[in-house]
Each structure stands twice: as C-alpha cells, then as structure tokens.
Write a protein that binds this ligand. Sequence first.
Ligand code: OXD
Length: 314
Amino acid sequence: MPKLAVIHHRHEDWVAALSEAEPRLEIRGWHPREAMAADPDWLAQAEALFTWRFPEGFLARMPKLHWIQNGGAGVDHLVHHPEIGPEVLITRADGQFGLWMARYVCGHLLAEAQRLNACHAAQLESRWEGKLLPEDLSGQIALVVGFGRIGRQIGRALRELGLEVHGIVRTARSDDEFPLHGLADLSQHLPSARLLVLCAPLTEATRGMVDARLLSQGHPGLTLINVGRGDQVVEPDLLDALDEGRLGRAVLDVFSVEPLAAESPLWRHPKITLTPHHSGPSTPRAMIPDLLDNLRRYAEGRSLVETVDRVRGY
Ligand code: OXD
C-alpha cells in the first residue's frame, strides 16, 4: 500500500473512513491550512495524495509524489496546476454524483412542472385552484451537456419521467441508448428543448458556452439547470436572456466565484433558483469504493481507473 497523505478540510473523516476500509493503508491527514506545517519526513516519503485543494508550494514537500487522487469529479483546478509535474498521475472520483445529480435535476424540474409554488400559495389562502394542472413533460426534449457517467444517469432519470433525452458531447457519436450530438450543434437543438442541463467538465471548449449567441436560440419555455461549473455560463448574458424571454428559468448550483458574493444580482432574480454547490456531495461513504479500487490497483502495480487526460482537460 502506498503512503497516502490527505490534505482536505474534512481530513479526519476521510482518514477514518479510508483506514477503516483498508487497514493496511499508511495514511495521515491535515487541513489545507495546516499542510505547510505537516511532518516533512513523512511527507517526503509519501507517494500518493488525496486532496481537493492544497496550499501553494506544498507539492515541493512531496518529492516522491506519483499520484494525486482528486476528492471529486471536476479536475479543472488541477489539470493546469503549475506545481503538478507531468510525471504525476491524476485520478478523479465521482462516487454517487450521478445519482445525487439526477435527483437534483429531476427535483427542480418537477417542482416547476408540478407547480409546487403555486399550489403552496393557493393552500396558504385556502384556495381550491381546480385549473392548476401539472405540466405534461411527456415527449419534451431534454439536452444534457456532458454525457459521461454522471450525464448518462441524469439522462436515464429524465427519460423515466417521460422526456426525450439527447446527450451533447465533444463530437457526435452513435450510442445504443441515446442520440448523442456534438457540442458545435447545441444551438441548433435549443429551439425545440424544454430543458438544458449542464454537467460537463470545464475545458476550453465548454468555458462560456452558454452565452448570448447560444441563448439567442432559446425561448421562454426553456429551463437551464447547471450542475457543472459556473464558468460555463456567462452570467450577464444569462440575466439578459431571462429578462428578454430567451430563457424561462435558471437553476444554478455552481458559480464563477464561490461562495457567491452577497451583492450578486443572481440572488434576487425572480426567475433564478440558486443552491450552494450541493448537487453532488463528496461524502466518504459515496467515494470510498472508487478510492479503494484505485489504492489496491496502485499497490498491485495495475493501471488506475478514472485517470485524467491533462491535455484534453478531464
Ligand atoms: C466536483 C464538485 O467534484 O464540484 O467536481 O464537487
């Protein structure tokens, strides 16, 4: 088993969970704030690091570092990190994100389609609103941008609700389950879509993809749900589109700058629902199976899974 350093704001939870799952592991953890004071001799011998973020200059303390296991799915903060040498392998883990995010997307879509706010308002006034019918989602089109494990699970859940799901990927390809279109054709599909879900990695191709040009193809019946990365949406263009009726509603879980500043106009916009980056919680319980698999592979000299292609960006 490799010596595994854990630099994480919840390092105690991760160290406890990992040691319980694999007692042979030599593991020590520190909060990112304490990392620079961590035992230098131990770190100098450690080959593997589990982290989300580490302090500047920290990797110089790990000259034997061979492998970084990211504590989440997105690796945009690591792929171009100047301190991570090309010899270091990066792996990602998405644990149960597909399930969590499918619940998130369906939950927010259904709240709207079942008119939960209007029902609640009517209830508060003891008003029987016989005409308050739910929206029929059958056959409505959902575009899911990013169709890896997470996107596919969201797609399957939406399909169960009756929607017609199309995946949007880097380049169009055939698939047994869903039509998959290239990102370059997204704007062409937008006019007929009821729902646009973003769950793609942040790369040069997806940065700023939801902008005024794309949204010019939108319409007031379109809902955007972003569980990917905030920088995939140009926030001023989004606000204009909502105000001008080129988008009906936006459900945002991720933002260019997090936590979102109190003065951001997103907080108070009547057509925005905003949540604190909670659509895919990275809990040890959900992630341990992925992490253990790779730890055992590493110990046995086998190739790791969920490795990141740093040129491609994910
Ligand atoms: C992730 C996240 O893991 O956003 O990418 O939490």
